[in-house]
Design a protein around this ligand. Structure first.
Ligand code: PLP
Length: 425
């Protein structure tokens, strides 16, 4: 390596960081000094209402979930010190995977250390040259990167993107795929169940219908829908009254509603899961989910299956939050999920508003470019079943105060917002 490269890197990096700093886009990591719950103790701010976690069912600090992790640690120690196909599979992994499969009512499931990893496993492993992957333009970054990885590993694997939730656009892409002589194999359609930045949901019945018309498989990453959507929290398919078996593969996370620690999974046909066990690089070459997490996630799913009323409790809190946000003067994007986005357009403004909200006792994150497109910055309020009506009241009071201050200082009225799609990444 030449000396000039060694000098160039630090100065180039500092330049990038400085441009983020000067444009108000630098992210500051807040440090939490206790468990994740309805409220958290935040370094420098004390106890604040937490409205930015994906702890949708309040299971991250649930006594049974914590005890299950302790029990896992006592029983199995820290971990396997191995990848799964060598000597890295404990019976707690098997139990968790059976639980996930029964939760969905599908044949089989396999766990990963994250849903990011699951998405990096599914496409490169199950897709072959001659296949085509067709993806919603607003899909999560891990799906996008999983597809990129797949097409770079397997020459002759094709990809296309369709306009967000637009079934005519999807139909066009699939018709083109069928007319393409190079597409000789399987066509895969992949979508988020719940889109994290808008809080809107995939139209799964229509997606299934379009897929069936063209003989395509459907993959749904329901990371934000699991534990949230449908009467018993099975996910976006349940919201639509659709059997899980109408989805070919689910990917999902254990790091949101299902305990909140970490971990992900793929659920679907036995044959597909068996192929992932044989060929999935993230588990052939990387350790298993830690036992503490395998046990706590298993318990979290058990609690959800036993107490589906948690899902209704979440929905009641979301309704209160939405009313409060509106009364405070802000507009919230319509959504049947636990995500309540308030569009404020400018990235620096979103960050400044979230900082002010923290001083007012509520922890809400501002999202700006590049997570959402330039001009579509937002505050994203996320609700948990752990919240109480009092917490929702605290949110409303803080937002009303912020609204009054913002209207005075800017003449830039956040109420009059254009509600538009965002193209993430
Ligand atoms: C959060 C999220 C992920 C990442 O999950 P991890 O388990 O934290 O890697 C993947 N996909 C979607 C749709 C998500 O919302």
């Amino acid at each position: 390596m030449s000396t000039s490269t060694a000098i160039a890197f630090p100065s180039r990096t500092e330049q990038i960081l400085e441009s983020l700093r000067s444009s108000g886009q630098l992210k500051l990591l807040q440090v939490i000094e206790g468990p994740m719950d309805a409220t958290v103790r935040l370094r420098g701010f004390g106890e604040v209402v937490c409205l930015c976690s994906n702890n949708y069912l309040g299971l991250a600090n649930h006594p049974e979930v914590i005890e299950a992790a302790h029990e896992g640690l006592r029983r199995y120690g820290a971990g396997t010190a191995s990848v799964r196909f060598i000597c890295g599979t404990f019976d707690c992994h098997e139990r968790l995977e059976a639980r996930i499969a029964s939760f969905y009512g599908v044949e089989a499931a396999y766990s990963f250390t994250s849903c990011w990893n699951a998405n990096e496993a599914i496409f490169p492993t199950l897709c072959e040259p001659g296949d085509m992957i067709v993806s919603d333009e607003l899909n999560h970054a891990s799906i996008i990167d999983g597809i990129r990885l797949a097409v770079s590993i397997k020459k002759g694997l094709h990809r296309a993107v369709y306009k967000h939730n637009d079934m005519n656009a999807l139909d066009d892409r699939l018709r083109e795929a069928r007319a393409n002589a190079a597409v000789t194999g399987t066509i895969w359609v992949v979508t988020d169940g719940v889109f994290s930045m808008e809080g809107d949901i995939a139209d799964l019945p229509s997606l299934r219908e379009v897929c069936d018309r063209h003989g395509a498989l459907l993959v749904v990453d329901d990371s934000h829908g699991t534990g949230v959507m449908g009467a018993t929290g099975r996910g976006t398919h349940e919201h639509w009254g659709m059997p899980a078996t109408r989805v070919d593969f689910f990917t999902g996370t254990l790091g949101k509603a299902l305990g909140g620690a970490a971990g992900g999974y793929i659920a679907g046909s036995r044959a597909g899961i068996d192929l992932l066990i044989q060929r999935g690089r993230p588990t052939l070459f990387s350790n298993a989910l830690p036992c503490t997490v395998a046990c706590s996630a298993d318990k979290a799913i058990e609690v959800l299956m036993r107490e589906p009323q948690r899902v209704q409790r979440l929905r009641d809190m979301v309704a209160l939050a939405r009313e409060g946000i509106t009364r405070a003067g802000f507009q919230v994007l319509k959504s049947p999920t636990a995500i309540c986005p308030i569009i404020v357009h400018d990235t620096a403004r979103a960050i400044a508003m979230s900082r002010r909200l923290l001083e007012l006792g509520v922890f809400v994150i501002g999202f700006g470019y590049p997570v959402v497109p330039e001009g579509h910055a937002r505050l994203r309020v996320q609700i948990s079943a752990a919240h109480t009506p009092e917490h929702m009241r605290t949110l409303e009071i803080a937002l009303a105060k912020l609204y009054a201050e913002t209207a005075v200082s800017a003449g830039n009225d956040p109420r009059h917002t254009e509600v538009g799609g965002s193209r993430a990444r």
